[in-house]
Design a protein around this ligand. Structure first.
Ligand code: NAP
Length: 296
């Protein structure tokens, strides 16, 4: 456990821009619920401000900061600054959580376990054994989702408008070729068969459909939806996206990414404080509006 000053834990989020982040609300709620003193601050660091990253790492090494979340555009950049990586961050090559460890800094990725935890909490059937996942997008979040599925023996297809990015993603994750395939977006939109029998878990890991462009969907207009499976949208603003509406109209259950946002935050908070995950999850889920607070 880190040494605390009289002001308690000092957590923060680095990235740019940060105005719309919900992380401060979630972590402040967890601090209150666990009876821990502290604060969670937004620490905007513009893309080219290397000194800002150096300052944050120094603060973690010297005990002046007790935990940091990392978002765009620094998730990959901080790889060069950390002393060790957890297995998920090492495989995905992206860090979303920095944890002080006795003068050293651990880079962790809680997006991958956060996605999986929310998926199987919502739909336990997907935990029954390896299945098939179709991932739209090949950015940082797609990497986390692909890692979560591939490491559990799933077959995965990554559809991206930059085919090379999808291929690179699979190479970086050492995805076994018999279980992994990159697919060009145009070919997918034209109806090229993706892979084996249904059910498929279809994951939107692009920002398409996010507020304010709420009428947009990444699902190609002329492509039929599978008849069995489910749709998971990493977007959580709005809570019901066009992608989710389309999936439901095709008879598939659909879920947004707010639960994943909460789960990745729970894991970060527990890594920093060792607090009880059940208590942390309840506080964060209530704050996010996923569960209703009991009447006092
Ligand atoms: N729920 C959660 O906890 C959670 C966690 C992480 C991320 N997310 C959400 O996931 C989404 C992706 O985040 P990220 O960090 O992976 O972003 P990213 O690294 O910028 O990657 C975005 C991916 O989407 C693709 N893309 C963007 N616009 C597209 C379009 N119009 N058509 C097809 N593909 C398009 C990009 O392709 P190009 O490379 O060709 O541009 C890229 O492959 C965001 O909405 C983010 O908020 C949610």
């Amino acid at each position: 456990m880190p040494t605390l000053s009289s002001t308690g834990y000092r957590f923060g989020l680095i990235g740019y821009p940060l105005e719309h982040s919900r992380s401060p609300q979630l972590h402040q709620a967890a601090l209150r619920a666990c009876g821990l003193p502290g604060q969670y601050e937004l620490l905007p660091i513009p893309p080219d401000e290397v000194k800002g990253l150096a300052r944050v790492i120094h603060a973690l090494r010297t005990g002046k900061r007790h935990g940091i979340n990392v978002t765009i555009p620094h998730k990959t950049r901080v790889l060069a600054w950390v002393d060790e990586l957890d297995p998920a961050a090492g495989a995905i090559r992206a860090v979303n959580t920095l944890v002080p460890r006795g003068g050293r800094v651990l880079g962790a990725n809680t997006d991958a376990p956060g996605f999986w935890e929310d998926l199987v909490r919502a739909w336990p059937v997907w935990a029954d054994g390896p299945a098939r996942g179709l991932i739209l997008g090949a950015g940082g979040a797609a990497r986390a989702v692909a890692y979560a599925l591939l490491s559990r023996g799933w077959e995965v297809v990554v559809v991206a408008r930059r085919y090379a990015a999808a291929q690179q993603l699979l190479t970086d994750l050492s995805a076994p070729p018999e279980r992994a395939r990159a697919l060009d977006w145009q070919a997918f939109a034209r109806g090229e068969p993706a892979f084996g029998p249904e059910p498929w878990l279809i994951v939107n890991a692009t920002p398409v459909g996010m507020w304010p462009h709420t009428n947009a969907s990444p699902w190609p207009q002329h492509r039929a939806w599978p008849t069995r499976g489910a749709a998971y949208d990493l977007v959580y603003n709005p809570r019901v996206t066009q992608f989710m509406r389309q999936a439901r109209a095709a008879g598939l259950p659909a879920r947004d990414g707010l639960g994943m946002l909460v789960e990745q935050a729970v894991r970060a908070f527990v890594l920093w404080t060792n607090a009880n995950p059940t208590c942390v999850r309840k506080a964060m889920a209530q704050t996010a509006g996923l569960i209703t607070a009991p009447n006092p």
